[in-house]
Design a protein around this ligand. Structure first.
Ligand SMILES: C[S@@+](CC[C@H](N)C(=O)[O-])C[C@H]1O[C@@H](n2cnc3c(N)ncnc32)[C@H](O)[C@@H]1O
Length: 265
């Protein structure tokens, strides 16, 4: 039997193509995760290991989302590992950018917080997710949101135009994380802030786990050490860089962290 390709042998664009394929499936068939049930963990975008098929709706509920007041279409392809909007202290009138916005759940929650004078822009590189999020926004009648197709390593966003960058379980999937944080710094206005939930590591992953495509797309294989993650954020020009909390359990030392930072004035 032909062995599948190892992540360490793939070019960044090939990795992104695998990620896009995985999240096209999440958008289309509503499995809520880019991986298989056997590597699901409550601390990753993969859901809960206690059940083979855990819906995205349950994952969103467990992370504190008010799913009762969201139509199913907005939560069924949720693939986050935290609830960054709950901690981002958004204010009326702010412009928010969601990196890897998926089916749009965080954008819809944020859109209520920033109100009609504010705006939420989502970037995603999976066309099926952009389409799904647009449809969800239409069904919800939310008009202060905008969806942009693109790569968070090269954001289609103007310099100094964003008040708050949020992201939920996405940056671990980017082959070049330092580029993502440099871009986040570029688009934020001076004094702007970033609040992400993402999978990071407390110890290095076993090589076999790191090298499997399925583990990478499932938000574990591409995760880096927590210390290294914070160093990338600092190197991009941010200050007050800290892990403010954790969500869920750890698998192979991989856990979901809330991380915040600020662009200096
Ligand atoms: C685990 S899902 C999280 C989606 C959403 N944030 C949520 O909480 O439901 C990852 C999403 O990030 C997108 N993504 C991954 N890498 C990306 C990149 N380099 N640029 C833009 N989007 C990316 C995927 O297409 C997918 O929609």
């Amino acid at each position: 039997m032909k062995e599948s390709k190892r992540v360490s042998e793939m070019k960044p664009d090939e990795i992104k193509e695998e990620v896009r394929k995985a999240y096209t499936r999440v958008a289309d068939i509503n499995v809520g995760c880019g991986c298989e049930p056997e590597i699901q963990t409550s601390s990753s975008c993969c859901g809960d290991s206690s059940s083979k098929v855990v819906t995205s709706v349950n994952l969103a509920k467990a992370l504190g989302y008010d799913t009762k007041n969201m139509p199913l279409a907005a939560t069924e392809s949720f693939a986050g590992c935290g609830n960054p909007v709950a901690l981002a202290s958004l204010k009326k009138g702010e412009v928010v950018l969601d990196l890897g916005s998926g089916a749009g759940l965080d954008m819809f929650v944020a859109s209520k917080k920033v109100g009609s004078r504010g705006k939420v822009i989502g970037i995603d590189m999976t066309p099926a997710m952009i389409e799904k999020a647009k449809k969800n926004a239409e069904e919800l009648g939310i008009t202060n949101v905008e969806f942009r197709f693109g790569d968070i390593e090269e954001m289609p966003i103007e310099d100094d135009s964003i008040d708050v960058v949020i992201s939920n379980c996405v940056i671990n999937l980017a082959p070049d994380k330092s580029k993502v944080f440099r871009e986040a710094n570029r688009v934020l206005r001076p004094g702007g802030r970033i609040m992400v939930s993402d999978i990071v590591l407390s110890k290095p992953l076993p090589k076999k786990v790191r090298d499997e495509v399925i583990t990478y797309t499932g938000c574990i294989g591409g995760a880096i050490l927590d210390k290294e993650y914070l160093d990338h954020i600092r190197a991009a020009g941010f200050v007050d860089v800290e892990i403010t909390g954790k969500a869920g359990d750890s698998l192979y030392g991989a856990y979901s962290a809330y991380i915040s930072a600020r662009k200096p004035e």
